[in-house]
Design a protein around this ligand. Structure first.
Ligand code: F6P
Length: 556
């Protein structure tokens, strides 16, 4: 067992958090929006400024970011630089990276960056981090050796939220690096339809279960782990549980009580949705091996340094965070679409939903005052080109403007060059179409499709026109390597911090998930006769709708 170290972070807040809307820079931004930003026409802006692409595209480690198709110009970014100064962004970033209590409502430091600092770096908890990391990576390589010898074929990660989404996303993204003799399964939902088909495919004696839970109390994970343990005992009665179950948690006592003796720990200063860099990343380390996992960490660390050192004007995570504030609070766009043009990034939008919406879906500032402005947008998406044949219609012609974030990868990890060229052509074309649109006049000049020949040309043109001027960002990676993926995820983490810091909120708690958990606990005995204190079908004290639904669901 690898023991974690708990607590120990300096309990001070060296950098106060002024709220963005109370600054002079915010008022200046509002003026800039009214005078200029609101009306900015992208196509015209490119005609006016032949160097717009060069001016508004930026290099970060492993990630090139083209911001030029956004409703900003260099003046907008300068106004945001002034806002970042007034909001003491640099000082607050430094305080967080140094281990101050950046999550005051849980009394915790926020140090996921320490998990990817190299051995010997002057980062908090460096020795403890590398102690666990070394043990975890040695274990991962041992599992890979057992797979190569035919002893293990399947890895099942049981966890939810941050204990599932990051590893599931990364293992899928790094498929090209996966150990060929291992299959990976991620069970998260308390819905038995999740675990049942997975168990049905497994050979118990060749399976390793990872029970991943920061708290080791999460209902879904504990319930699925109990199902897996019972299934394993029945299916492989003579095999020791200790050889087939490992735990990843800050709650070593609860893991031991569950019967898991082999455990990798982490710390309360690692938030669940920021935890894939440490022991929660065990499935990733098993999939790609210790060397590639170290490259994954190194990519994230390179992005950390960029975030910590680059001036705001060239700091890509900060610029993206500022853009999020611009769109949410000035343009009042309500959502952002993430469209990775790489099938390996299929789970990235789901991962980003937790990262961004659990972090910044808040409505009070750090002092508990109700916010007079909007915070987290809805983040959603699907890989391209699939999304083009589903929701892109709305993006191009719907009544809402949704900024789109394209992610393009220059080199593919497959041999089908023609497919990759088509993929990239589509990616570029979508950003172009969103921006340039098509006027009614241009649509009217087109030859109408035969089936629409009877419709008035001008009426048809109104259906076939595109408003254009719809913003998008394009992030470009050279290749989806472990290092590049690490950098990309760290970029998103710091971007979420930036918008949260400008809004003056706590991006690191998640009290909004508690009420539903508590109510589910109260409802369970009314739905399950085997629960202690069961009251099957009892609707007393419930609101009319919940009572009606309970009756419906429990009727014989
Ligand atoms: O959904 C709330 C939450 O606490 C997330 O923040 C977290 O990632 C998830 O539940 C899982 O928690 P745990 O790792 O403790 O099981």
């Amino acid at each position: 067992m690898t023991a974690p170290v708990t607590g120990g972070a300096p309990r001070c807040d060296r950098a106060a958090a002024p709220r963005c809307d109370l600054t002079a820079a915010w008022a200046a931004l509002a003026g800039h929006y009214q005078a200029h930003g609101r009306e900015l026409q992208l196509a015209e802006a490119f005609t006016r400024d032949a160097r717009r692409f060069e001016t508004l595209s930026f290099e970060a480690p492993e990630v090139f970011a083209d911001l030029s198709k956004n409703l900003v110009d260099i003046a907008t970014l300068r106004f945001f630089a002034a806002l970042s100064d007034e909001c003491a962004l640099a000082a607050r970033r430094d305080a967080m990276l140094a281990g101050d209590i950046a999550n005051p409502t849980e009394g915790r430091a926020v140090l996921h960056t320490a998990l990817r600092a190299p051995r010997g770096a002057a980062a908090p908890f460096n020795a403890e981090v590398h102690g666990v990391q070394g043990a975890m990576l040695a274990f991962a390589d041992g599992v890979r050796a057992r797979a190569a010898a035919g002893e293990l074929t399947d890895i099942v990660n049981i966890g939810i939220g941050g204990s599932d989404l990051g590893p599931a996303m990364a293992v899928r993204a790094l498929e090209a690096y996966r150990h060929p003799a291992l299959r990976f399964h991620f069970v998260s939902n308390v819905d038995g339809h999740d675990i049942a088909p997975v168990l049905a495919r497994l050979d118990a004696r060749r399976t390793l279960f990872i029970v991943a839970s920061k708290t080791f109390t999460t209902q879904e994970t504990m319930a699925n782990a109990a199902v897996a343990r019972a299934w394993f005992t029945a299916a492989a009665s003579a095999a020791p549980i200790a050889d087939h179950f490992v735990g990843v948690t800050t709650n070593l006592a609860a893991a031991a009580a569950f019967g898991i003796t082999h455990t990798f720990g982490f710390w309360d200063w690692v938030g669940g949705r920021y935890s894939l860099w440490g022991a929660i990343g065990l499935p990733i380390a098993i999939a790609i091996g210790s060397e590639a996992f170290r490259a994954f960490l190194a990519g994230a660390h390179a992005m950390d340094r960029h975030f910590a050192e680059a001036p705001f004007e060239r700091n890509v995570p900060m610029l993206l965070g500022a853009l999020d504030v611009w769109y949410r609070n000035f343009h009042r766009f309500t959502s952002r679409c993430v469209a990775p043009y790489h099938q390996g990034l299929a789970r990235l939008p789901a991962y980003l939903q937790q990262l961004e919406m659990e972090s910044n879906g808040k409505s009070v500032d750090l002092a508990g005052n109700a916010l007079p402005f909007a915070t987290s947008p809805v983040v959603w998406g699907e890989p391209g080109t699939n999304g083009q044949h589903a929701f892109f219609q709305m993006l191009h012609q719907g009544t809402d403007v949704v900024p789109v974030e394209f992610i393009a990868v220059r080199r593919a990890a497959h041999p089908y060059a023609d497919l990759h060229a088509k993929l990239l052509a589509n990616c570029l074309a979508q950003g172009q179409a969103l921006m340039i649109g098509k006027t009614a006049e241009a649509a009217a000049a087109e030859k109408p499709p035969t089936a629409a020949a009877g419709i008035d040309r001008n009426v048809l043109a109104r259906h076939r026109q595109f408003p254009g001027n719809r913003p998008s960002t394009t992030l470009v990676l050279d290749e989806l390597t472990p290092r590049a993926l690490g950098a990309l995820i760290a970029l998103y983490e710091h971007r979420v911090w930036t918008s949260g810091a400008l809004w003056g909120i706590n991006s690191f708690d998640q009290w909004g998930v508690e009420l539903g958990k508590a109510l589910a606990g109260e409802l369970l005995p009314r739905l399950d006769a085997s629960q202690p204190g069961a009251r099957l079908g009892d609707t007393s004290g419930l609101d009319g709708s919940t009572a009606g639904l309970l009756r419906r669901l429990t009727r014989r």
